[in-house]
Design a protein around this ligand. Structure first.
Ligand code: SAM
Ligand code: PRE
Length: 238
């Protein structure tokens, strides 16, 4: 039930990347063609989320966008748990609401800033490809808030674009990723335009930096459960 194909960066860009109406209208297509193994990362996220979500428990998806993952989780959910998606983009939430209704899913989406939200005690937090858009200065604060809102042994599953601090390897990882984008039908021009629009908006950390941040925030364990070149999915256990 995707609206359109992603052509956002076929024309010259005038502004930094935003989750506005234009992006929201093509977002499902954009993610499937821009995040390597997007469906697989959703599947593995769902597996570990369902393993840790108890009857009557709470699960939050931070930066839920069009609620694709929450609808998938709801499909396989047997417990009476509460699924809540948060996003601060009205355009994304309008699509999320439409999809949730169409699928008849029992999922609650709310317009909120994930940095300010007053969380209930939860079993599971998820944040796929969203922390990278949170300013580095407050990113660790957000992880502390998440850790504090989790029950003992609750989990935080998050996916991120990552960098390497080995400069040649980092260059090669980016080239490998751009080859993936070309295979998905994006032109060199679109790739370069999006790269510019994302500059200083999407700020990726390395795998190690993400794990250190999770440990500093109060998680007892953090591990990578999936990685393809410069994209990784982590699980942090309280
Ligand atoms: C890359 S998208 C997430 C994709 C989605 N999790 C998925 O896997 O399909 C990032 C989302 O985070 C939202 N976002 C960014 N910063 C936010 C904040 N401070 N509070 C709430 N939502 C935020 C954006 O509006 C956007 O929808
Ligand atoms: O297209 C890119 O360069 C990306 O980094 C993909 C990415 C992401 O990782 O969040 C960037 C922006 C959009 O939200 C969708 C996907």
């Amino acid at each position: 039930m995707n609206d359109k194909n992603d052509k956002v960066f076929t024309k010259p860009i005038k502004k930094q990347f935003e989750f506005d109406e234009e992006v929201a209208a093509v977002f499902d297509d954009m993610l499937e063609r821009s995040v390597p193994f997007y469906k697989e990362s959703q599947k593995i996220t769902k597996f570990f989320a369902l393993k840790n979500l108890r009857e009557d428990g709470y699960l939050y998806d931070l930066g839920c966008s069009t609620a694709s993952l929450l609808i998938e989780i709801h499909r396989d959910l047997h417990a009476k748990a509460t699924l809540i998606g948060l996003d601060n983009s009205k355009a994304m939430l309008a699509r999320a609401t439409r999809k949730i209704e169409a699928f008849g899913a029992d999922v609650d989406v709310q317009e909120a800033d994930i940095l300010q939200y007053d969380y209930k005690e939860a079993d599971v937090f998820i944040s796929n490809y969203t922390l990278q858009f949170v300013r580095p200065l407050v990113r660790e604060e957000l992880l502390k808030k998440i850790a504090a809102s989790l029950r003992e042994e609750g989990v935080f599953i998050f996916s991120e674009k990552v960098i390497s601090h080995h400069s040649k390897l980092n260059k090669d990882l980016i080239e490998c990723y751009y080859d993936f984008k070309k295979e998905q039908g994006y032109s060199e021009y679109e790739i370069m335009q999006k790269r510019e629009a994302l500059e200083n908006v999407l700020v990726p950390y390395s795998e190690e930096e993400n794990m250190t941040m999770a440990k500093n925030a109060g998680f007892s364990h953090c591990e990578v459960i999936f990685r393809w070149a410069n994209f990784a999915t982590f699980i942090a256990i309280k």
